[in-house]
Design a protein around this ligand. Structure first.
Ligand code: SUG
Length: 448
């Protein structure tokens, strides 16, 4: 049976904006208050999705969330009509209000952790939405993320959906951004690498000092248990706290894996030699390529500003691998020089392809942040909601939908405009019909 790795990219929502919400994420902080272009952002994302589909890859789409999040604003005490809720929140608690307007669900690497059926005890694909507790704006996502995942992967025979972990920083979980799977073939049992920033229940262990560690060891262990993974196929790795303090807020900002390749910066992990020995031992005898980028070639700061490691490494139908990189990598001399010589090195990566996802990059979201990987068999793919899979028709339909509903300019003041809320709800309601998702949003469950 054929096996695929399907990338499910997040469709950028109509309120995409720059609010400086993520302490520890350098791009988010430095672009706070910039004017955004939601239409362009959505189209940049769609172009990347379509390009991968045209390369012969299987490509999916995950719907965005409803923002501003009126339900969250009501939960914290704003009352009256929706327009009043918006006006009061914007006036009385402007920072909280901005957090409730973020389109951050576009970064679906943070939507969930996914374990393919070849790795799990019951032979189903397991999904655990990330609780994203460390940032208030992101902690609003997991319930609707769960709805969207269930509407996309509905067959109980093939898919198991867990509730997100307890909503507390001790179980801070950022999903697939801190999870990589190595395997010789997508359909064979692989080694799942869970990368954490701190041990929540043991404060003597190393931890970053300046910026938060969003992912805990205890969260990683919980997800591995929930998914029924075999300890022999799991490695827990601590991220180097020094790089978190330099802006590496997720592991996928400093390392990425695909099949038998692990591409990472020299400073990415703690105790690198011993963890990589464990990875190799659990992987077995088949060849494994550790591509370590030394600081002398690329500094941590350059890795953070260009997102060299937030690239997608994909296996093309022809059999070799390609790196999907943001154009920022081309614009930086040392990163560009590194990538130019990479295809000539003795590794499976033979091509580099560049994409402009600058609207997302300005909030700290590169190509890999925008996608959730799901390794699937042919049968599992056939059981997936077909209206979420990218093809010429869906691409045309979603572009028209964006043209019809999205603005090309959004500043902080626009977010309090009740018209934007209505535009957004109308757009999402139509999207649920295009993608046959049913009622996944709160506003659809409580009619106006
Ligand atoms: O969680 N940015 C996101 C970026 C997520 C990137 N994901 C991965 N590395 N997988 C975050 O920090 C910024 C929103 C703002 O500032 O308006 C934001 O949420």
């Amino acid at each position: 049976m054929r096996q695929y790795e399907v990338n499910f990219d997040g469709l950028v929502g109509p309120t995409h904006n720059y609010a400086g919400l993520s302490v520890g994420n350098v791009a988010s902080q430095s672009n706070a208050n910039a004017v955004s272009n939601p239409k362009q952002a959505a189209k940049q994302g769609l172009t990347k999705m379509k390009a991968l589909a045209d390369m012969g890859m299987k490509q999916g789409v995950l719907a965005p969330q409803e923002r501003p999040d009126i339900a969250a604003l009501r939960r914290i005490g704003f009352t009256g009509s929706d327009a009043r809720v918006l006006a009061l929140a914007a006036q009385q608690a402007p920072q909280v209000f901005l957090a409730c307007c973020s389109a951050s669900s576009m970064w679906t690497a943070n939507a969930a952790t996914v374990s393919p059926s070849a790795d799990t005890a019951d032979g189903r694909i397991h999904f655990t939405p990330a609780n994203l507790t460390n940032k208030f704006h992101r902690s609003l996502e997991p319930a609707v993320t769960g709805n969207i995942l269930r509407a996309t992967f509905s067959s109980e025979k093939h898919f198991a959906h867990h509730m997100h972990l307890p909503d507390n920083d001790h179980f801070g979980d950022e999903g697939a951004a801190n999870h990589t799977r190595l395997c010789s073939d997508y359909g064979r049992a692989g080694v799942e690498l869970f990368v954490y920033g701190r041990c929540a229940f043991d404060s003597r262990k190393p931890a970053p000092k300046r910026y938060p560690a969003r992912q805990t060891l205890e969260a990683c262990q919980a997800v591995a248990r929930l998914h029924g993974l075999d300890n022999e196929n799991v490695v827990f790795i601590q991220q180097n706290p020094d790089v978190i303090d330099q802006g590496v807020f997720h592991n996928d900002v400093i390392s990425v894996g695909n099949q038998n390749v692990l591409f990472y910066h020299e400073q990415a992990f703690l105790n690198t030699r011993s963890v990589l020995n464990e990875v190799q031992a659990k992987f077995g005898d088949s060849p494994l390529h550790f591509i370590e980028v030394p600081t002398t070639s690329v500094t941590v700061l350059d890795a953070v500003s260009t997102y060299l490691f937030n690239t997608q490494i994909i296996t093309l139908p022809e059999g070799h691998m390609a790196i999907i990189a943001p154009t920022e990598c081309q614009e930086n001399p040392s990163v560009n020089a590194y990538l130019e010589q990479l295809p000539a090195m003795n590794t499976p990566i033979k091509e580099v392809k560049y994409f402009d996802v600058k609207q997302s990059m300005k909030n700290g979201g590169g190509p890999a942040c925008l996608r959730l990987r799901v390794a699937m068999t042919e049968q599992e793919l056939a059981a997936t909601n077909p209206h979420t899979l990218m093809n010429d028709m869906l691409f045309a339909r979603l572009n028209q939908w964006v043209d019809k509903h999205y603005r090309d300019r959004l500043s902080e003041d626009d977010l309090r405009d009740p018209t934007l809320l209505n535009e957004s709800r109308t757009a999402l309601d139509e999207l649920t019909q295009i993608m046959k998702l049913g009622s996944v949003y709160p506003f659809q469950q409580t009619p106006l």
